[in-house]
Design a protein around this ligand. Sequence first.
Ligand code: SF4
Ligand code: SF4
Length: 278
Amino acid sequence: MIISIASGKGGTGKTTVAVNLALSVKDAQYLDFDVEEPNASIFLKAEIEESEDVKVEIPKINYERCDFCGKCADFCVYNALAVVPSNVLVFPELCHSCRGCSLVCPRDAIDWRYRVVGRIEHGTAKDIDFYQGLLNIGEIQSLPVIRSLKQKIDKNKNVIIDAPPGTSCPVIETVSGSDYCILVAEPTPFGLHDLKLTVETLRHIGIPFGVIVNKDGIGDRKIDFYCQTEKIPIIARIPHDRDIAHLYSKGIPFVEELEDWKIKFREIYDTIEEEVEG
Ligand code: SF4
Ligand code: SF4
């Protein structure tokens, strides 16, 4: 079973839920897709054993053939090419590696070279098979790293996916193919706003989902009313609790100290499994 954990924005406790869930089930695989700022390894104390580059292809102009006609630049909707009288400028960060420019080039003057945009790290963390994607600083396209990381999913394990924050393409790419998605939300007006956006996204791609309310008690009950109206199950509530906050501040997943919570997370997992298989 593949469970992804998502939230409309960062800082809602998404990684907290994902880490504690992974530590509560057997034979887990954890993949941190928050490629701009992966931080699950801090809580899981992952030991990284191997790393591989994520590469994309970008155009390399063959000046022996190019006559600077400009057709490639006209075609590229991402403005990754600009043709001047005696040069073709390539802007690597803007290129989406679609290869369209080479299709329209009348002189077959476009070759390809590789560019490293990030890396995938693999290791172990307390018996968990751990992966994380890292986007290189300054890169703006996370999808190549996300797609490479998705290839590491082992369907024979209990897969926990820590999705990037937001509701845009990287999140959709990450959660697509999951059996279930847990949405983590805080009971505040901002939390409700972000939850609504994420719900729309998940309904669009057709993945079953439920909500975990984090820091329950800090705000209002509008998330409860919303979920009731929309018939969205609230599968758990994590209270705004001094012990939990203290452990978090020390980088300790709370299921490691509060045994009841390990049982609760296992129950959450079992409930989801029943729903997925049911
Ligand atoms: S389309 Fe081909 S020939 Fe024309 S400018 Fe681009 S690379 Fe050169
Ligand atoms: S591969 Fe696609 S995105 Fe990149 S320069 Fe060519 S047309 Fe533009």
